[in-house]
Design a binder for this molecule. Structure first.
Ligand code: AMP
Length: 372
């Protein structure tokens, strides 16, 4: 039933089809569901979702919202799992939000994997059925016309439209190279929070600045929800999982781990009692510089080059850069690198999506917890 419903959705693409789609989605997924065969609703419009949400509220169900841009992986699933452990119903939104991509960023090439995403959520829901806790209730997959009902999404600065700006938190770190990014994130999350009215919203530690901005936004705007942060899911070698990792072929993938290695080296310094910025960050820079030099020494068909955008040691609440860590508060150690396109490829080499011709920005962080 679930796959048929979703297959029907995929073939519908015209404007007329959208209203048909809405009708399909409006109908309850399974009126005679059993705990093991139940599937989730797919909403593309706000009104039917709100109606459904109200029914859940009246039944005393609690809702956890997991905002995503799709191309789901184990990191997203861990958010949904935690949401299911803490709420009776989970809503997952899948929407690639244009206003958080700058004009020169990878909006057009951002991966869209609807079929795989819905299958993953269906499988997760089966797994959740065994636990007897919360279940995947709905996917909200709006169009941009739904999310931006008046003016079209504008990702220029200053940009026309209704925006939520959280300063100065949104201007530092990612905001330095991506000036519209945090404005876009805060804006789309405000919309999602208003639409779903979830008791709790789930964000990954992996995007640490986003977690700080969203918490501040919820506090400052008195948004009636609780922000829950879920630890970063990593590949076995330490690379943080990301929807963008698929763009890394074998060669760039191997080198991409340098960021997490650098952060781990700096973390070790903190754990050994170092508190000064230079003492902590020098170890991270040592790792990136050494890897950079090793790559430079190789030929074009063998190397994968990268640029470090930043390595930061910041206050956990204000995101201000720190000269000295106050061990009673701890700090956020974070970084971003850009994996550059391969300069030359070898015959038979395992390439990533986009043939390793697109630069890929990787971010990662480690929380340096308070210490005695
Ligand atoms: P995205 O689809 O990349 O916008 O991510 C949606 C949510 O999943 C955000 O809250 C991310 O922080 C979170 N997320 C992405 N990657 C990971 C990961 N490796 N581990 C945990 N959460 C993640």
């Amino acid at each position: 039933m679930a796959s048929k419903r979703i297959a029907q959705l995929d073939v519908l693409s015209s404007a007329t089809a959208l209203s048909t789609r809405a009708k399909i989605l409006l109908s309850p997924c399974l009126s005679h569901s059993t705990p093991h065969s139940r599937t989730f609703h797919v909403f593309r419009e706000v009104a039917p979702l709100r109606k459904h949400r109200r029914e859940l509220l009246l039944k005393g169900e609690t809702v956890g919202l997991v905002p995503t841009m799709g191309a789901l992986h184990a990191g997203h699933l861990s958010l949904a799992r935690q949401a299911a452990a803490e709420n009776s119903r989970v809503f997952v939104s899948i929407y690639v939000n244009p206003t958080q991509f700058g004009v020169n960023e990878d909006l057009d090439s951002y991966p869209k994997t609807w079929d795989a995403d819905t299958h993953m959520l269906g499988d997760l829901d089966k797994e959740l059925a065994m636990d007897g806790k919360g279940r995947i209730e709905a996917v909200f997959a709006p169009t941009s016309k739904v999310m931006y009902p008046t003016l079209p999404p504008d990702s220029t600065l200053p940009g026309k439209g209704s925006f939520v700006t959280i300063t100065p938190l949104g201007d530092v770190l990612e905001g330095r190279t991506r000036p519209v990014f945090m404005r876009g994130v805060a804006t789309v999350c405000t919309k999602l929070f208003n639409i779903v009215e979830a008791e709790q919203v789930y964000f990954g530690q992996k995007d640490v600045q986003q977690t700080v901005v969203i918490k501040r936004m919820v506090q400052d705007f008195h948004i009636n929800t609780k922000v829950r942060i879920v630890p970063t899911e990593r590949e076995p070698d330490g690379l943080a999982m990301s929807s963008r990792n698929g763009y890394l072929g074998e060669r760039r993938r191997k080198i991409g781990v340098v960021l997490s290695q650098a952060l781990r080296a700096a973390e070790a310094a903190y754990r050994m009692g170092k508190r000064g910025r230079d003492d902590i960050l020098a170890l991270a820079w040592h790792v990136t510089n050494r890897m950079g030099m090793e790559q430079d020494a190789l030929s074009e068909t063998e190397r994968a080059r990268f640029e470090v955008d930043y390595i930061s040691l910041a206050d956990p609440e204000t995101l201000d850069e720190l000269e000295e860590v106050d061990a009673s508060k701890g700090a956020i150690l974070s970084g971003a690198i850009k994996m550059l396109p391969l300069e030359a490829t070898r015959d038979g080499e395992k390439l990533g999506r986009g043939n390793d011709e697109v630069p890929v920005r990787l971010i990662d962080n480690i929380i340096l917890g308070p210490q005695k």
